[in-house]
Design a protein around this ligand. Structure first.
Ligand code: ATP
Ligand code: MG
Length: 400
């Protein structure tokens, strides 16, 4: 079946009032960026929908593979074009219906007639095309309210455009439409999922990772680079800041009692993240914390960690179950990277019995004997930056 266009529906964006054109422009730019190596693709944005036109079959197939990963799209449909004559429309309607599963399905025809000079009015067209399809697909059951298949026929001056197949979009909002955040990215299962969920709400991300060589290996760092790269396939370049954390971590182990060391580690990570956030002009910090999952993720712990900054700390996984987080990780392709067996700095330095209900006054008291500030400044300065570009075309197949 040869498709001429892809019809893209916005979903939530359609609810935007005066800001809609800003969101639509952002979506158009993001789609253009994802298709930039497909020369025959052209994008036309309208108020409530967008068209992607590809004058090359291969590019059309590629575009269909890539669209499900672009946030801000509710659904999309391949559209076939024919002459605006009843004969051509009848024959194209059957072809388009062949492309969907019709057995025992409910069905209706919907008409959009932008060319008002066309000789038949809407309800006549609905009737005529509907009975033609039904006489060829006798298994279909007509249903006007919420049918499983809708054959959309649009009559424009340049021809008739037909579609019946609907692909799910990634939903959410176009990346970049809601600013930038800094994601604290460990090598674990949770933080990449947190990054994905924030990207889905339209934010672009920088990522920050703390490593403690030689206690953590090159392979542990590679895992984080691979995770950041995977996130970049959702439509945003990702800049990863890797912070040398060994000296700080050893200082914590020596100077802070075991029961408090994990909380202090988190607090110092948060302070470093906040400094990098300011430099990168991100507006919030994102973590993969989920309530009750481990000792550092009780409300008491989160309170003690949060006390180091007034910057919003976004925790999109806070109320999710681990199994649901794993489900998302598998769907987005980060799970297999996350379960590679290389330990990160927290796992290695975690004391046997961390306090699950740390008291903020006690923690600040224990920390008060050591000058962490200069070590923090130095760690920020010594960070190494990796730029992960948008995923290239060849990588998309492997990702599907
Ligand atoms: P994850 O699966 O994301 O590693 P986790 O369940 O292992 O999370 P913790 O180890 O308590 O939980 O980490 C909580 C959050 O702190 C992580 O989701 C991440 O956002 C951040 N974090 C932990 N370790 C690091 C690290 N080495 N570098 C950057 N961020 C980290
Ligand atoms: Mg972890």
């Amino acid at each position: 079946m040869k498709w001429n266009e892809l019809l893209i529906r916005y979903g939530e964006l359609s609810l935007k009032g005066r800001n809609r054109s800003f969101f639509v422009r952002r979506l158009k730019n993001n789609i253009a960026a994802a298709m930039r190596d497909l020369p025959s693709v052209e994008i036309k944005a309208e108020r409530d929908r967008m068209f992607l036109i590809a004058n090359d079959d291969y590019d059309m197939e590629e575009a269909i593979k890539r669209l499900p990963y672009i946030f801000g799209i509710q659904s999309f449909s391949p559209v076939a074009k024919c002459d605006a004559t009843m004969e051509a429309i009848y024959s194209k309607a059957l072809e388009v219906m062949e492309s969907v599963e019709t057995e025992g399905k409910t069905f209706k025809v919907e008409i959009r007639r932008t060319d008002k000079s066309f000789p038949y009015v809407t309800h006549e067209l609905q009737q005529m095309i509907g009975s033609h399809v039904l006489s060829n697909f006798s298994e279909l059951i007509v249903q006007v309210k919420k049918p499983e298949i809708t054959l959309n026929v649009e009559i424009r001056s340049e021809g008739a455009f037909l579609t019946a197949k609907v692909f799910e979009g990634a939903k959410g909002m176009p990346i970049g439409s809601n600013g930038k955040t800094l994601l604290m990215l460990s090598g674990g299962i949770d933080s990449p999922v947190a990054g994905y969920l924030m990207m889905k709400r339209g934010v672009s991300i920088d990522a920050i990772h703390f490593e403690s060589p030689p206690f953590t290996s090159e392979l542990a760092k590679q895992k984080v680079i691979d995770l950041a790269e995977k996130l970049s396939s959702f439509g945003s370049t990702v800049r990863l800041h890797v912070i040398p954390f060994t000296e700080l971590q050893q200082t914590i182990v020596h100077k802070v009692p075991d029961s408090a060391s994990m909380t202090t580690t988190r607090r110092i990570m948060m302070q470093i993240a906040d400094k990098v956030r300011i430099e990168t002009e991100a507006l919030a910090i994102v973590t993969g914390e989920s309530l009750g999952q481990v000792a550092s993720q009780t409300l008491e712990s989160l309170t003690a960690i949060n006390a180091v900054t007034s910057t919003p700390v976004l925790r999109p996984l806070i109320a999710l179950d681990k199994l649901d987080i794993i489900d998302i990780a598998q769907q987005i392709g980060t799970y297999d990277i996350s379960i590679r067996p290389y330990e990160d700095c927290c796992t290695i330095f975690t004391p046997a019995k961390p306090k699950t209900k740390p008291k903020l006054e006690k923690i600040t008291y224990y920390e008060s004997f050591t000058d962490f500030d200069s070590l923090i400044e130095e760690a920020v300065k010594e960070r190494v930056v990796y730029d992960l570009p948008l995923k290239k075309k060849d990588d998309f197949d492997a990702f599907l």
